[in-house]
Design a protein around this ligand. Structure first.
Ligand code: PLP
Length: 339
């Protein structure tokens, strides 16, 4: 297997999978990855940058364990499937108050003026972008001094954000940063150890920071690929350029949907996601035909999440504008053929 991997990589040098995660060679990879992430995202010095395992899902539990003291409370805003999952998981470890909730099927962000927040809560949790529902915060809400814990799984490194407006910001690498296996967690250092509780070591942000995210064996290959993707982002012009491309991709697709009489996107226009565009094909009766034709045209991965149905186009950093243009052209052909 190693020989085959070396062949595929075109080199006889030891691959990143063969070296020690505590050796100098991997130190350089890890150091460079953190340096790139810090500079591209302008991460303030008072934030720790952690590379951890367990996905964003593990952070749903890590947030209450690290931040909420005994008998404390966490405020959660529920804007879709992922923020609901985060609230449910947190409620296993602390008291959770749902300060705002979308009615099922209502795809919007409840007006922050109506949120029933608690100034004594240990944090306010939001999902920056709901990957399944296609609902996204256009700006960071005012939490009145309570640290915001933000799940940025589907948007991290797709455009600039002001890291200093959060207490914690996290997201998996599998969407905009390469492949599965690693989660980037940015934590304001003053929040490390905040809960005073026993925290399982692999979820303990302070312990992870103290061990340079190598408390145990990390997924070295994923880490290496993340570094390469960050280098690519830098070479392409950084997050300003990622944002320009992301905006162009989503604007072209929403325009096509809005101009058509077959396709609809039912997200409140003020909260439309830049990255995940859910849409319906008429009454849904032609979904299978739409997907079959799309696959023939080389357009795959368009079926919406099973919980919501319809279609979803995910427009992560790796998606070129050409891919979106091909989708738009196919959608127009499909609509015209059935007119
Ligand atoms: C917004 C959001 N949060 C959390 C998750 C869960 O991430 P993971 O599978 O890395 O645990 C996802 C995965 O798609 C997501 O999109």
């Amino acid at each position: 297997v190693l020989a085959r991997i070396r062949d595929d990589l075109g080199s006889s040098d030891p691959t990143v999978m063969e070296i020690s995660h505590r050796g100098a060679a991997f130190d350089r990879i890890a150091g460079r990855t953190e340096e790139l992430l810090r500079s591209l995202l302008a991460v303030p010095d008072d934030f720790a940058v952690l590379f951890v395992q367990g996905g964003a899902t593990a952070q749903f539990a890590a947030a209450p364990l690290n931040l909420v003291p005994d008998r404390g409370t966490a405020d959660h805003v529920v804007t879709g499937a992922w923020s609901a999952r985060a609230a449910a998981e947190a409620s296993r470890f602390c008291r959770v108050s749902i300060v705002a909730d979308n009615a099922p099927g209502r795809r919007t962000i409840p007006d922050p003026g109506t949120w029933r927040t608690d100034p004594a809560a240990s944090y306010l949790a939001i999902a920056m972008n709901e990957t399944i529902d296609g609902v996204e915060f256009g700006s960071v809400p005012d939490a009145g001094g309570v640290p915001i814990v933000c799940d940025a799984s589907s948007t991290l490194m797709s455009r600039p954000v002001d890291v200093s407006s959060f207490g914690v910001l996290y997201g998996g690498t599998q969407k905009n940063l390469g492949i599965a296996g690693l989660t980037v967690v940015l934590v304001r250092r003053s929040l490390l150890g905040r809960s005073g509780r026993e925290v399982p070591a692999v979820l303990d942000w302070a312990a992870l920071e103290a061990s340079s995210s190598r408390l145990n064996t990390p997924p070295t290959f994923t880490w290496y690929v993340t570094g390469l993707v960050l280098e690519w982002i830098e070479g392409e012009g950084g997050l300003a350029e990622m944002a320009r491309r992301s905006r162009a991709r989503m604007e072209s697709l929403y325009s096509a949907i809005d101009a058509s009489s077959l396709y609809t996107n039912d997200v409140d226009p003020a909260c439309r996601s830049w990255t995940n565009v859910p849409f319906r094909v008429g009454d849904g009766s032609r979904d299978d035909a739409f997907l079959a034709g799309a696959a023939e045209a080389g357009l795959v991965g368009l079926r919406g999440h099973r919980s919501v149905g319809g279609m979803r186009a995910s427009l992560y950093n790796a998606m070129p504008q050409d891919g979106v243009d091909e989708l738009i052209a196919y959608m127009a052909d499909f609509e015209a053929a059935r007119a």
